[in-house]
Write a protein that binds this ligand. Structure first.
Ligand SMILES: Nc1ncnc2c1ncn2[C@@H]1O[C@H](COP(=O)(O)OP(=O)(O)OP(=O)(O)O)[C@@H](O)[C@H]1O
Ligand SMILES: [Mg+2]
Length: 369
Protein backbone atom coordinates (compact mmCIF):
# COMPACT_ATOMS: atom_id res chain seq x y z
CA UNK A 1 0.00 0.00 0.00
CA UNK A 2 1.11 3.60 0.20
CA UNK A 3 3.24 3.87 3.37
CA UNK A 4 5.46 6.90 3.40
CA UNK A 5 8.53 5.76 5.31
CA UNK A 6 11.84 4.40 4.17
CA UNK A 7 13.65 1.12 4.21
CA UNK A 8 14.02 0.77 7.96
CA UNK A 9 10.49 1.35 9.21
CA UNK A 10 9.59 -2.32 8.87
CA UNK A 11 12.67 -3.76 10.55
CA UNK A 12 11.80 -5.89 13.52
CA UNK A 13 14.34 -6.94 16.14
CA UNK A 14 13.61 -9.45 18.83
CA UNK A 15 16.38 -9.32 21.41
CA UNK A 16 16.98 -12.24 23.79
CA UNK A 17 13.31 -12.75 24.62
CA UNK A 18 12.62 -14.79 27.71
CA UNK A 19 9.23 -15.82 28.98
CA UNK A 20 8.03 -18.33 31.51
CA UNK A 21 4.55 -19.42 32.45
CA UNK A 22 4.06 -20.88 35.92
CA UNK A 23 7.76 -21.51 36.38
CA UNK A 24 8.21 -23.19 32.99
CA UNK A 25 10.60 -21.51 30.56
CA UNK A 26 8.70 -21.19 27.32
CA UNK A 27 11.17 -18.83 25.60
CA UNK A 28 14.82 -19.14 26.56
CA UNK A 29 16.47 -16.22 24.82
CA UNK A 30 14.98 -15.86 21.35
CA UNK A 31 16.67 -13.30 19.07
CA UNK A 32 15.49 -12.66 15.52
CA UNK A 33 16.21 -9.71 13.22
CA UNK A 34 13.83 -9.23 10.33
CA UNK A 35 14.83 -6.80 7.60
CA UNK A 36 12.30 -4.45 6.00
CA UNK A 37 10.20 -6.48 3.55
CA UNK A 38 11.60 -9.81 4.67
CA UNK A 39 9.38 -12.89 4.97
CA UNK A 40 10.39 -14.95 8.00
CA UNK A 41 8.75 -18.22 8.98
CA UNK A 42 8.79 -19.49 12.54
CA UNK A 43 8.53 -23.27 12.54
CA UNK A 44 8.91 -25.97 15.12
CA UNK A 45 7.02 -28.64 17.03
CA UNK A 46 3.85 -27.92 18.95
CA UNK A 47 4.56 -26.05 22.17
CA UNK A 48 8.01 -24.75 21.14
CA UNK A 49 6.97 -21.12 21.64
CA UNK A 50 5.95 -19.83 18.19
CA UNK A 51 2.63 -18.28 19.20
CA UNK A 52 4.14 -16.91 22.40
CA UNK A 53 6.78 -15.13 20.28
CA UNK A 54 4.06 -13.60 18.06
CA UNK A 55 2.01 -12.62 21.11
CA UNK A 56 5.00 -10.75 22.50
CA UNK A 57 5.51 -8.91 19.19
CA UNK A 58 1.80 -8.10 19.05
CA UNK A 59 1.76 -6.89 22.65
CA UNK A 60 -0.63 -9.55 23.97
CA UNK A 61 2.12 -10.82 26.28
CA UNK A 62 5.04 -9.03 27.87
CA UNK A 63 8.46 -10.76 27.91
CA UNK A 64 10.11 -11.39 31.28
CA UNK A 65 13.37 -10.24 29.72
CA UNK A 66 14.49 -8.95 26.35
CA UNK A 67 13.21 -6.29 23.99
CA UNK A 68 11.18 -5.85 20.80
CA UNK A 69 12.25 -3.08 18.43
CA UNK A 70 10.25 -1.86 15.47
CA UNK A 71 12.13 0.42 13.09
CA UNK A 72 14.90 0.55 15.69
CA UNK A 73 12.70 1.72 18.60
CA UNK A 74 11.47 -0.37 21.51
CA UNK A 75 7.72 -0.98 21.39
CA UNK A 76 7.43 -2.84 24.70
CA UNK A 77 5.66 0.10 26.31
CA UNK A 78 3.47 0.78 23.27
CA UNK A 79 -0.01 -0.69 23.66
CA UNK A 80 -0.96 -3.40 21.22
CA UNK A 81 -3.38 -1.31 19.14
CA UNK A 82 -0.76 1.39 18.57
CA UNK A 83 2.05 -0.91 17.41
CA UNK A 84 1.15 -0.58 13.71
CA UNK A 85 1.01 -4.32 13.16
CA UNK A 86 -1.35 -6.29 10.98
CA UNK A 87 -2.53 -9.63 12.26
CA UNK A 88 -3.92 -12.67 10.50
CA UNK A 89 -4.60 -15.41 12.99
CA UNK A 90 -6.46 -18.60 12.28
CA UNK A 91 -8.81 -17.90 15.14
CA UNK A 92 -9.58 -14.34 14.06
CA UNK A 93 -12.56 -15.31 11.96
CA UNK A 94 -14.40 -12.67 9.96
CA UNK A 95 -17.45 -11.01 11.50
CA UNK A 96 -20.26 -13.13 10.04
CA UNK A 97 -22.91 -10.40 10.18
CA UNK A 98 -20.75 -7.85 8.35
CA UNK A 99 -20.18 -7.55 4.64
CA UNK A 100 -16.75 -7.96 3.10
CA UNK A 101 -16.50 -4.16 2.87
CA UNK A 102 -17.28 -3.69 6.55
CA UNK A 103 -14.96 -6.50 7.61
CA UNK A 104 -12.06 -5.06 5.64
CA UNK A 105 -12.78 -1.50 6.75
CA UNK A 106 -13.29 -2.45 10.39
CA UNK A 107 -9.88 -1.37 11.67
CA UNK A 108 -10.14 1.96 9.86
CA UNK A 109 -13.66 2.63 11.15
CA UNK A 110 -12.41 1.92 14.67
CA UNK A 111 -9.79 4.61 14.12
CA UNK A 112 -12.48 7.03 12.97
CA UNK A 113 -10.96 7.30 9.53
CA UNK A 114 -12.97 9.51 7.12
CA UNK A 115 -15.51 7.59 5.02
CA UNK A 116 -13.94 8.52 1.67
CA UNK A 117 -10.56 7.32 2.90
CA UNK A 118 -12.09 4.03 4.07
CA UNK A 119 -13.65 3.52 0.64
CA UNK A 120 -10.31 4.19 -1.03
CA UNK A 121 -8.25 1.92 1.22
CA UNK A 122 -10.75 -0.94 1.29
CA UNK A 123 -10.90 -0.76 -2.49
CA UNK A 124 -7.12 -0.91 -2.75
CA UNK A 125 -6.87 -3.82 -0.30
CA UNK A 126 -9.58 -5.83 -2.08
CA UNK A 127 -7.88 -5.22 -5.39
CA UNK A 128 -4.63 -6.49 -3.89
CA UNK A 129 -6.25 -9.79 -2.86
CA UNK A 130 -8.21 -10.04 -6.15
CA UNK A 131 -11.64 -9.59 -4.55
CA UNK A 132 -12.83 -6.39 -6.20
CA UNK A 133 -16.61 -6.69 -6.64
CA UNK A 134 -17.10 -8.81 -3.51
CA UNK A 135 -17.75 -5.80 -1.23
CA UNK A 136 -21.41 -6.60 -0.51
CA UNK A 137 -21.03 -10.31 0.10
CA UNK A 138 -21.19 -11.87 3.54
CA UNK A 139 -18.49 -14.27 4.75
CA UNK A 140 -20.83 -17.30 4.39
CA UNK A 141 -21.11 -16.48 0.67
CA UNK A 142 -17.35 -16.89 0.18
CA UNK A 143 -15.09 -19.93 -0.25
CA UNK A 144 -12.51 -20.71 2.43
CA UNK A 145 -9.72 -19.19 0.36
CA UNK A 146 -11.74 -16.05 -0.34
CA UNK A 147 -12.41 -15.68 3.38
CA UNK A 148 -8.70 -15.99 4.08
CA UNK A 149 -8.01 -13.28 1.53
CA UNK A 150 -10.56 -11.00 3.17
CA UNK A 151 -8.69 -11.61 6.44
CA UNK A 152 -5.44 -10.59 4.78
CA UNK A 153 -7.06 -7.50 3.21
CA UNK A 154 -8.40 -6.55 6.63
CA UNK A 155 -4.89 -6.77 8.11
CA UNK A 156 -3.43 -4.69 5.27
CA UNK A 157 -5.92 -1.78 5.23
CA UNK A 158 -4.47 -0.26 8.37
CA UNK A 159 -1.13 -0.07 6.50
CA UNK A 160 0.87 -1.90 9.14
CA UNK A 161 4.66 -1.90 9.33
CA UNK A 162 4.78 -5.63 9.95
CA UNK A 163 2.22 -8.36 9.33
CA UNK A 164 2.01 -11.24 11.81
CA UNK A 165 0.39 -14.48 10.70
CA UNK A 166 -0.25 -17.50 12.91
CA UNK A 167 -1.08 -20.59 10.85
CA UNK A 168 -3.45 -18.58 8.64
CA UNK A 169 -3.91 -21.39 6.12
CA UNK A 170 -4.22 -24.35 8.44
CA UNK A 171 -7.97 -24.74 7.98
CA UNK A 172 -7.76 -24.99 4.18
CA UNK A 173 -7.55 -28.16 2.11
CA UNK A 174 -4.24 -29.04 0.44
CA UNK A 175 -4.98 -27.58 -3.00
CA UNK A 176 -6.43 -24.29 -1.77
CA UNK A 177 -3.62 -24.06 0.71
CA UNK A 178 -1.01 -24.25 -2.03
CA UNK A 179 -2.86 -21.62 -4.08
CA UNK A 180 -3.06 -19.34 -1.06
CA UNK A 181 0.66 -19.80 -0.34
CA UNK A 182 1.43 -18.40 -3.78
CA UNK A 183 -1.11 -15.59 -3.26
CA UNK A 184 0.27 -14.69 0.14
CA UNK A 185 3.79 -14.46 -1.14
CA UNK A 186 2.63 -12.34 -4.10
CA UNK A 187 0.71 -9.93 -1.87
CA UNK A 188 3.54 -9.68 0.66
CA UNK A 189 6.06 -8.85 -2.06
CA UNK A 190 3.73 -6.41 -3.84
CA UNK A 191 3.13 -4.52 -0.60
CA UNK A 192 6.79 -4.89 0.38
CA UNK A 193 5.83 -5.58 3.96
CA UNK A 194 7.82 -7.41 6.63
CA UNK A 195 6.07 -10.67 7.50
CA UNK A 196 6.44 -13.04 10.44
CA UNK A 197 4.66 -16.25 9.61
CA UNK A 198 4.04 -19.13 11.98
CA UNK A 199 3.44 -22.57 10.58
CA UNK A 200 3.69 -26.22 11.58
CA UNK A 201 4.18 -27.07 7.97
CA UNK A 202 7.83 -27.28 6.96
CA UNK A 203 7.01 -27.49 3.27
CA UNK A 204 5.03 -24.26 3.52
CA UNK A 205 7.95 -22.59 5.27
CA UNK A 206 10.37 -23.78 2.57
CA UNK A 207 8.13 -22.42 -0.19
CA UNK A 208 7.26 -19.04 1.28
CA UNK A 209 10.16 -17.74 3.26
CA UNK A 210 13.21 -15.60 2.73
CA UNK A 211 14.40 -17.05 6.00
CA UNK A 212 13.28 -19.86 8.29
CA UNK A 213 13.71 -19.80 12.04
CA UNK A 214 13.39 -23.29 13.45
CA UNK A 215 12.51 -23.33 17.13
CA UNK A 216 12.76 -26.20 19.58
CA UNK A 217 11.71 -26.03 23.24
CA UNK A 218 11.85 -22.26 23.45
CA UNK A 219 15.19 -21.79 21.70
CA UNK A 220 16.32 -21.33 18.11
CA UNK A 221 17.87 -24.49 16.63
CA UNK A 222 18.81 -22.89 13.34
CA UNK A 223 17.95 -19.80 11.31
CA UNK A 224 18.79 -19.39 7.66
CA UNK A 225 17.69 -19.41 4.06
CA UNK A 226 15.43 -22.37 3.17
CA UNK A 227 18.04 -23.93 0.87
CA UNK A 228 20.76 -23.70 3.55
CA UNK A 229 18.59 -25.19 6.24
CA UNK A 230 17.63 -27.99 3.90
CA UNK A 231 21.10 -28.80 2.58
CA UNK A 232 23.18 -27.89 5.66
CA UNK A 233 21.11 -28.71 8.72
CA UNK A 234 23.03 -27.80 11.88
CA UNK A 235 21.65 -30.71 13.85
CA UNK A 236 19.89 -34.02 13.60
CA UNK A 237 16.75 -32.28 14.87
CA UNK A 238 16.85 -29.82 11.95
CA UNK A 239 17.49 -32.58 9.42
CA UNK A 240 14.49 -34.50 10.75
CA UNK A 241 12.14 -31.52 10.99
CA UNK A 242 12.84 -29.75 7.69
CA UNK A 243 12.55 -32.02 4.67
CA UNK A 244 12.63 -35.79 4.79
CA UNK A 245 15.64 -37.93 5.61
CA UNK A 246 16.60 -41.53 6.34
CA UNK A 247 18.81 -41.95 9.40
CA UNK A 248 21.63 -44.39 10.20
CA UNK A 249 23.99 -45.05 13.07
CA UNK A 250 27.65 -45.55 12.35
CA UNK A 251 31.21 -45.27 13.57
CA UNK A 252 34.03 -43.16 12.22
CA UNK A 253 36.81 -45.36 10.83
CA UNK A 254 39.37 -43.01 9.31
CA UNK A 255 39.81 -39.92 7.21
CA UNK A 256 41.87 -39.94 4.05
CA UNK A 257 42.08 -37.57 1.09
CA UNK A 258 39.16 -35.46 2.24
CA UNK A 259 36.92 -38.49 2.69
CA UNK A 260 35.68 -39.91 5.96
CA UNK A 261 35.25 -43.65 5.93
CA UNK A 262 32.33 -44.66 8.10
CA UNK A 263 31.09 -48.09 9.07
CA UNK A 264 27.34 -48.27 9.48
CA UNK A 265 26.05 -50.40 12.32
CA UNK A 266 24.75 -53.02 9.89
CA UNK A 267 28.32 -53.47 8.59
CA UNK A 268 28.05 -51.48 5.33
CA UNK A 269 30.84 -49.01 4.61
CA UNK A 270 30.14 -45.54 3.27
CA UNK A 271 32.21 -42.51 2.43
CA UNK A 272 31.25 -39.00 3.45
CA UNK A 273 32.90 -35.64 2.94
CA UNK A 274 35.46 -35.39 5.76
CA UNK A 275 34.49 -33.63 8.96
CA UNK A 276 37.73 -32.68 10.70
CA UNK A 277 36.18 -32.76 14.15
CA UNK A 278 35.37 -36.44 14.01
CA UNK A 279 38.06 -38.75 15.36
CA UNK A 280 38.25 -42.49 14.59
CA UNK A 281 35.93 -44.48 16.82
CA UNK A 282 33.44 -41.62 17.18
CA UNK A 283 29.78 -42.67 17.20
CA UNK A 284 27.96 -40.90 14.40
CA UNK A 285 24.44 -40.34 13.17
CA UNK A 286 24.07 -40.14 9.41
CA UNK A 287 21.20 -38.86 7.32
CA UNK A 288 20.44 -38.66 3.63
CA UNK A 289 17.68 -36.84 1.75
CA UNK A 290 15.46 -38.99 -0.49
CA UNK A 291 16.38 -36.99 -3.59
CA UNK A 292 20.11 -37.57 -3.02
CA UNK A 293 19.89 -41.36 -3.41
CA UNK A 294 20.36 -43.08 -6.77
CA UNK A 295 19.04 -46.59 -7.22
CA UNK A 296 20.55 -49.17 -9.53
CA UNK A 297 19.34 -52.68 -10.10
CA UNK A 298 21.66 -55.24 -8.58
CA UNK A 299 23.11 -57.54 -11.19
CA UNK A 300 25.99 -60.05 -11.20
CA UNK A 301 28.76 -58.20 -9.42
CA UNK A 302 27.58 -55.86 -6.68
CA UNK A 303 28.45 -52.23 -7.29
CA UNK A 304 29.42 -49.89 -4.43
CA UNK A 305 26.65 -48.77 -2.14
CA UNK A 306 23.93 -49.96 0.19
CA UNK A 307 22.31 -53.20 -0.94
CA UNK A 308 18.60 -53.79 -0.42
CA UNK A 309 15.26 -54.77 -1.89
CA UNK A 310 12.51 -52.45 -3.13
CA UNK A 311 9.74 -52.83 -0.54
CA UNK A 312 7.37 -50.28 -2.05
CA UNK A 313 7.11 -48.06 -5.08
CA UNK A 314 4.65 -45.21 -5.53
CA UNK A 315 4.06 -42.75 -8.30
CA UNK A 316 3.73 -39.19 -6.91
CA UNK A 317 3.14 -36.91 -9.90
CA UNK A 318 6.56 -35.73 -11.05
CA UNK A 319 8.39 -38.20 -8.78
CA UNK A 320 8.57 -41.88 -8.06
CA UNK A 321 9.06 -42.83 -4.42
CA UNK A 322 10.83 -46.03 -3.47
CA UNK A 323 11.14 -47.53 -0.04
CA UNK A 324 14.17 -49.80 0.03
CA UNK A 325 14.53 -52.43 2.76
CA UNK A 326 18.24 -52.69 3.56
CA UNK A 327 20.06 -55.81 4.76
CA UNK A 328 19.40 -55.10 8.44
CA UNK A 329 15.71 -54.33 7.86
CA UNK A 330 16.21 -50.56 7.98
CA UNK A 331 14.28 -48.49 5.45
CA UNK A 332 15.76 -46.04 2.99
CA UNK A 333 13.46 -43.46 1.39
CA UNK A 334 14.26 -42.61 -2.23
CA UNK A 335 12.77 -40.04 -4.59
CA UNK A 336 13.57 -40.11 -8.29
CA UNK A 337 12.20 -37.95 -11.12
CA UNK A 338 9.45 -39.92 -12.86
CA UNK A 339 11.18 -39.25 -16.18
CA UNK A 340 14.21 -41.39 -15.18
CA UNK A 341 14.84 -44.54 -17.22
CA UNK A 342 14.51 -48.07 -15.98
CA UNK A 343 13.12 -47.43 -12.50
CA UNK A 344 13.20 -50.53 -10.30
CA UNK A 345 9.94 -52.23 -9.29
CA UNK A 346 8.72 -53.76 -6.08
CA UNK A 347 10.79 -56.83 -5.16
CA UNK A 348 13.82 -55.82 -7.28
CA UNK A 349 17.27 -56.19 -5.75
CA UNK A 350 18.93 -52.78 -5.79
CA UNK A 351 21.98 -50.86 -4.70
CA UNK A 352 21.62 -47.32 -3.41
CA UNK A 353 24.46 -44.99 -4.34
CA UNK A 354 24.98 -41.85 -2.26
CA UNK A 355 27.69 -39.31 -3.03
CA UNK A 356 30.08 -38.46 -0.17
CA UNK A 357 28.94 -34.83 -0.14
CA UNK A 358 25.29 -35.87 0.20
CA UNK A 359 25.70 -37.59 3.55
CA UNK A 360 24.69 -35.39 6.47
CA UNK A 361 26.89 -36.39 9.38
CA UNK A 362 26.24 -35.59 13.03
CA UNK A 363 27.98 -36.45 16.25
CA UNK A 364 25.69 -39.06 17.83
CA UNK A 365 26.21 -37.72 21.34
CA UNK A 366 25.56 -34.05 20.56
CA UNK A 367 23.13 -34.50 17.67
CA UNK A 368 24.92 -31.66 15.87
CA UNK A 369 27.30 -31.39 12.93
N1 LIG B 1 -0.95 -18.07 28.76
C1 LIG B 1 -0.27 -19.19 29.02
N2 LIG B 1 -0.25 -19.72 30.26
C2 LIG B 1 0.45 -20.84 30.53
N3 LIG B 1 1.15 -21.54 29.61
C3 LIG B 1 1.16 -21.06 28.36
C4 LIG B 1 0.43 -19.87 27.99
N4 LIG B 1 0.65 -19.66 26.67
C5 LIG B 1 1.44 -20.67 26.24
N5 LIG B 1 1.75 -21.51 27.24
C6 LIG B 1 2.62 -22.68 27.14
O1 LIG B 1 3.81 -22.26 26.52
C7 LIG B 1 4.31 -23.24 25.63
C8 LIG B 1 4.48 -22.62 24.26
O2 LIG B 1 3.21 -22.32 23.74
P1 LIG B 1 2.99 -21.70 22.29
O3 LIG B 1 1.53 -21.46 22.14
O4 LIG B 1 3.89 -20.56 22.12
O5 LIG B 1 3.47 -22.90 21.37
P2 LIG B 1 3.40 -23.03 19.77
O6 LIG B 1 4.81 -23.23 19.33
O7 LIG B 1 2.64 -21.92 19.19
O8 LIG B 1 2.64 -24.42 19.60
P3 LIG B 1 1.54 -24.88 18.50
O9 LIG B 1 2.32 -25.30 17.31
O10 LIG B 1 0.88 -26.04 19.16
O11 LIG B 1 0.60 -23.73 18.27
C9 LIG B 1 3.33 -24.38 25.67
O12 LIG B 1 3.84 -25.36 26.54
C10 LIG B 1 2.07 -23.75 26.23
O13 LIG B 1 1.32 -24.69 26.93
MG1 LIG C 1 0.78 -21.78 18.20
Amino acid sequence: MTGSAGETEGTLDLRALRKSFGGIDVLKGVSISAGHGEFISLVGPSGCGKTTTLNIIAGFERPDQGDVLLGGRSILDTPSYRRELGMVFQSHALFPHMTVFDNVGFGLAMRRTAKAEIVRRVGAALEMVHLTGFEKRYPRELSGGQQQRVGIARALTVEPRVILMDEPLSSLDAKLRREMQVELRRIQQAVGITAIYVTHDQEEALTLSDRIVLMNKGAIEQAGRPEDIYSKPASEFVAAFIGEASFFDGTMVETAAGRARIRLDDGARVEAAAQPAFAPGRALRLAVRPDRVRLQRRTGETPEGLAGTVAARAFVGPFVRHVVALADGRELQVQTPASADDLPSEGDLVVAAIKPEDWLVFDAARGAA
